[in-house]
Design a protein around this ligand. Structure first.
Ligand code: CTP
Length: 433
């Protein structure tokens, strides 16, 4: 019996998919179709897939051509499958020409011509609502927002606004953005979602204007250093039925959800201590103390909760502002310590110490794709990981798409009251140093 195997995502099942499955079958007597699993797609940055794995498998099954359907769960699985199922021919569309030649040592490799003028990408574009993202910037840097938005179907960065003409021109040249504006009314006409990416002193003002204009907003935390003003922005978002999201990517990355689950499900016992440190990387940019502190407070509030009992800040200041801070938050059952190095450098790490184990994230913990778990029973340190390219902003956008689809305006990554708590701590620090 001659066995054939072919693979695909088979999202929004179309004629091209049917054709390749049918032609693959003609290469042998028994056809195995591999359908990509959700985790595999997320891991390789394919966040645009619309149909669930159940639907995609069902659609392949309904062709009546597959003798077996398997799920492709990881990079490199194709080799194991070919060996395991004793496959004779591997078939794939010629958009992959040459990419699978290394499989020739295991079986015959056939590239078939793609069916013209149809693809899942095209169907997703045609069938689903699209949102234009506009950026408000004060420097010609996009922090990978444009590239990350391309990974999630339904979003496109189409406009940029800046008060500064030089910044605007430079930004548009650098990123080849369709529309550039210095007039907010014109900017809003082209925009559904605004990313307010500017310095703290103007952030709240822009956020408020955008929300009142009925635009969904993403902005770096803190939105303001006044807890009252910060909370008011969430109220304005609610009144206008629009979403307001903190640009904290880590809470949307699967590895963090897993860590949170482990910490809260008691896998390291009772949490007694949380330590985290962060330093400013780019010395050329302005004082970043508030942005760094907000970022470090985010995992504190997610893991230790909002109900701290006291805050003890210790800071080193210069005429440029706070250069270093060590902040201790005391909770009923434990404490959280964060070290912020604005000019003074601190080693970046995050550690959650429990009565039965410790969770550690090293180096760039806010964009880490792995963490370690060490339990006190002396067993080996276990590593939990998930691969992803880029800075994780696509995962935030993916949550945004879920919110828009379900007409939900509050993010479940960082709830408004958690965001407000972060600013309350920041406000306290500024009032007490
Ligand atoms: N395929 C094809 N002709 C098309 C589209 C896809 O022959 N018009 C083939 C691909 O080459 C692959 C298989 O169908 O062998 C599954 O492709 P998949 O990536 O799931 O479909 P696409 O439509 O290419 O999806 P996307 O637009 O998301 O890349």
């Amino acid at each position: 019996m001659k066995k054939v195997i072919t693979y695909g995502t088979f999202d929004m099942f179309h004629q091209g998919h049917y054709n390749i499955i049918k032609r693959a079958k003609e290469y042998g007597d028994y056809l195995i179709v591999g359908v990509t699993g959700d985790s595999y797609d997320v891991g390789r940055g394919k966040l645009s897939v619309h149909d669930s794995i159940a639907t995609r498998i069902n659609n392949v099954k309904n062709t009546g051509l597959a003798d077996a359907i398997i799920v492709e769960e990881y990079l490199g699985q194709k080799i194991s499958d070919i060996i395991k199922y004793d496959v004779d021919v591997f078939v794939i569309g010629d958009d992959w020409k040459g990419k699978f030649d290394h499989l020739k040592q295991y079986c015959e490799v056939v590239y078939l011509e793609r069916t013209k003028n149809i693809s899942s990408t095209q169907l997703r574009e045609e069938n689903f609502k699209h949102y234009n993202i506009g950026l408000i910037v004060d420097e010609p840097k996009d922090n990978q927002i444009i590239a990350e938005a391309q990974k999630v179907s339904g979003f496109k960065v189409s406009s940029v606004f800046s008060e500064d003409r030089k910044v605007l021109d430079e930004f548009q040249d650098k990123y080849d953005i369709e529309n550039a504006y210095r007039n907010l009314d014109a900017f809003w006409k082209d925009t559904d979602i605004v990313f307010v990416k500017c310095h703290l002193d103007k952030r709240a003002d822009y956020i408020e204007k955008c929300l009142k204009e009925g635009k969904h907003v993403i902005a770096d935390p803190p939105f303001s250093l006044s807890a009252k003003e910060h909370a008011r922005l969430f109220e304005i978002a609610k009144e206008n039925h629009v979403a307001l999201l903190d640009n904290v990517k880590m809470v949307y990355v699967r590895i963090f959800t897993q860590l949170l689950w482990m910490a809260h499900a008691g896998m390291i016992g009772d949490i007694i201590r949380f330590n985290c440190s962060i330093s400013k990387r780019d010395r050329s940019i302005v004082n970043l103390f508030d942005d760094l502190t907000a970022l470090a407070l985010c995992p504190v509030i997610k893991i230790m909760g909002k109900d701290y009992q006291s805050i003890e800040p210790k800071v080193v200041q210069s005429e440029d502002g706070i250069e270093y801070a060590s902040i201790l938050l005391k909770y009923e059952t434990g404490e959280a310590s964060i070290n912020i190095g604005n000019k003074i450098r601190v080693k970046e790490q995050l550690e959650i110490i429990g009565t039965e184990g410790t969770i550690r994230l090293k180096d760039n913990w806010w964009k880490s794709n792995y963490f370690e778990l060490e339990t006190i029973d002396g067993s080996d340190i276990k590593t939990y990981s998930m691969n992803f390219d880029g800075n994780g902003f696509c995962f935030l956008l993916s949550e945004m798409m879920t919110m828009l689809t379900n007409e939900r305006t509050e993010s479940m990554g960082l709830f408004p009251d958690e965001s407000n708590t972060i600013v309350k701590v920041l406000e306290y620090i500024h009032q007490n140093v």
